[in-house]
Design a protein around this ligand. Structure first.
Ligand SMILES: [Zn+2]
Length: 575
């Protein structure tokens, strides 16, 4: 791909990141990073933490550079609280508060060895589906293997300098609890972000400052206080609220970690991170991103990454009933109702500082229409450069295209069919093959996985009272009460049914019936009176077919109900 600059935000960041990486270390692999805290279900709102660097890394890779996207799993963070509504977890998990997330038991029934691994596995599966290529880093592994030992000793040695830098910000108002407008659930989830955000910066009350927190050897928790440290010997003494206390050699001790505001800049320097965006909770004044920028150079000899702030991602209309993972949607919930391309597109087409919503409600049908229209434009070569760029970032990565639905029938049509058939395969195949008799589909595989997503949307997000139920028996009372006009309209429809039995044919037919009745040509321009007549006719059809005055688009509904049953429900004499 050409090194296209200025076409979209991804390209612009890629330009900046490549230039910065070349300034720092010419010819070296470009490093971008994300951090995720598996302190509970990793919410859909947090996906921006990964998608923003992913898209930039992918653009850099497409331009032929070596690039690493690190995803740092903050699984050595302390277990702060028991999240609500997680299956297999009850109040007894509170006894583990203060332990590293990798030392907390997984929810009951989990296939994973601990809390962090359980929740990591969910996001790992979704990232694979989304085509995100990355290097996972476990902070538990890093710390307990001693990978950061030099950095830890170095930070302890320079604790007074660190304390002075942090002190400049302590006098300012704490940013984490700043006033915020009321947020919906998912936004709150995004704001909570990395569990590390809420962690203190290691300031002891009155005592000397230490940027390091050990987990107690006795109880495994971090209710510990460092009481003495010897720079020469690295002897560190700590006490714990459980009563335990001991003196260890920090150069041999791996059961603790740097406090968040020191840990983050340490990792920027350690990994050479050039790009790492953060949520608003991390990038406000006095935040860990800003403070980290003051620490990374003087203390660790590194540089702060390019770090744009990304805005909240909201969720519109997710049905409460469908959330199986703790009351807030996770990426897997979105991927059940939309293809990965669509989810990628939502992130690619909005600049990180623009907030947007992910639709779980009726809006998803409009979103898919927009996507299909864009696809057509791209195929015709008529898309605007920025739209074209977002499209190509959505459909694949430098590694290739994501699997796509071979025959992408309109999502709203598939949803209507799924609504009416309740997923019955034979009926679904029959209806879908009648949509376009010239080019019938032969097997449902042609319309998968989009069909599966539309079915999942209908079954998990559309409330029962909005579902379509085709009448089992004709509404004899309503049929008997029809006036001549009504009876005439039904006859015109029934007479044309067989010869118009396709999506296009039936669309023409249902609009033509009121025109013909009014003595107009079938292709006459609609007048206001005609529109009234059409609305009345459509309402009559809905009433006779599904017992309500609205429903899926009529041509789709008629195909779904099937010719014989349409004839019966519309009162045609038995053939
Ligand atoms: Zn203890």
């Amino acid at each position: 791909m050409a090194a296209s600059t200025e076409t979209d935000w991804v390209s612009r960041f890629a330009d900046d990141v490549i230039a910065e990486s070349e300034r720092r270390a010419p010819g070296k692999t470009v490093v971008v990073a994300s951090g995720l805290s598996p302190s509970g279900p990793i919410h859909l709102g947090n996906l921006r933490e990964v998608m923003t660097p992913h898209l930039v890394a992918d653009e850099i890779r497409r331009r032929g550079y070596q690039v690493r996207h690190l995803i740092s799993f903050d699984d050595f963070d302390r277990y702060r609280k028991v999240p609500n509504g997680v299956p297999g977890v009850d109040a007894s998990w509170a006894e583990h508060i203060g332990k590293p997330l990798t030392s907390v038991p997984a929810p009951a029934g989990s296939a994973y060895p601990n809390w962090a691994e359980h929740f990591k596995a969910q996001i790992v599966a979704s990232l694979a589906e989304l085509g995100v290529e990355y290097d996972p880093i476990s902070q538990t592994e890093q710390y307990t293997s001693g990978a950061y030992r030099e950095q830890v000793l170095h930070a302890m040695q320079h604790r007074r300098e660190i304390d002075e830098i942090l002190a400049q910000y302590r006098t300012k108002k704490a940013p984490a609890k700043q006033q915020q407008k009321p947020l919906d659930e998912a936004e709150v989830a995004a704001a909570e972000g990395s569990g590390a955000a809420a962690e203190d910066d290691g300031s002891g009350s009155g005592a000397e400052y230490y940027p390091y927190k050990p987990f107690c050897a006795e109880c495994g928790k971090d209710f510990t206080t460092v009481t003495a440290y010897d720079d020469e010997t690295t002897e560190m003494t700590y006490t714990c609220t459980c009563g335990h206390g001991e003196t260890v050699l920090l150069r041999e001790f791996d059961r603790g970690k740097l406090v968040w505001k020191v840990d983050w800049p340490m990792r920027w320097a350690y990994e050479g991170v050039v790009f790492e965006p953060s949520g608003v909770d991390h990038s406000s004044p006095g935040s860990s991103f800003q403070v980290g920028g003051q620490i990374v150079g003087p203390i660790f000899g590194g540089k702060q990454p390019i770090g744009p702030m990304y805005a909240f991602v909201g969720i519109s209309g997710m049905a409460k009933m469908s959330s199986s993972k703790g009351g807030v949607p996770v990426p897997a919930d979105a991927l059940r109702i939309m293809e990965p391309q669509i989810l990628r597109w939502l992130y690619a087409r909005r600049r990180p500082n623009q907030s947007f919503k992910i639709a779980f409600d009726q809006e998803i049908q409009r979103l898919y229409d927009e996507w299909d229209a864009l696809t057509r434009k791209v195929e015709e070569g008529a898309a605007l450069p920025a739209d074209q760029a977002a499209y190509s970032r959505a459909v694949g990565t430098a590694a290739g295209e994501l699997p796509r639905t071979p025959r992408p029938l309109p999502y709203r049509t598939l949803a209507s069919v799924a609504d009416i058939t309740a997923g019955a395969e034979q009926q679904t195949l029959r209806i879908l093959s009648e949509l376009d008799p010239e080019r019938p589909i032969a097997t449902l595989d042609e319309v998968r996985p989009r069909l599966d997503r539309a079915e999942a949307w209908i079954t998990t997000q559309v409330p029962a009272e909005q579902r379509t139920v085709v009448r089992a028996e004709p509404d004899e009372g309503r049929l008997a009460a029809l006036d001549d006009a009504g009876r005439g309209a039904l006859k015109l429809l029934l007479d044309g049914l067989a010869s118009h039995w396709s999506l296009d044919g039936l669309t023409t037919l249902v609009y033509a019936v009121p025109k013909v009745q009014a003595g107009l040509e079938p292709d006459a321009k609609p007048t206001p009176e005609l529109k009234v007549a059409q609305r009345a006719f459509f309402a009559l059809l809905y009433e006779l077919l599904v017992g309500r005055d609205t429903g899926p688009r009529l041509p789709t509904l008629l195909l779904a109900v099937g010719q014989d049953r349409v004839r019966t429900l519309l009162g045609a004499p038995a053939a």
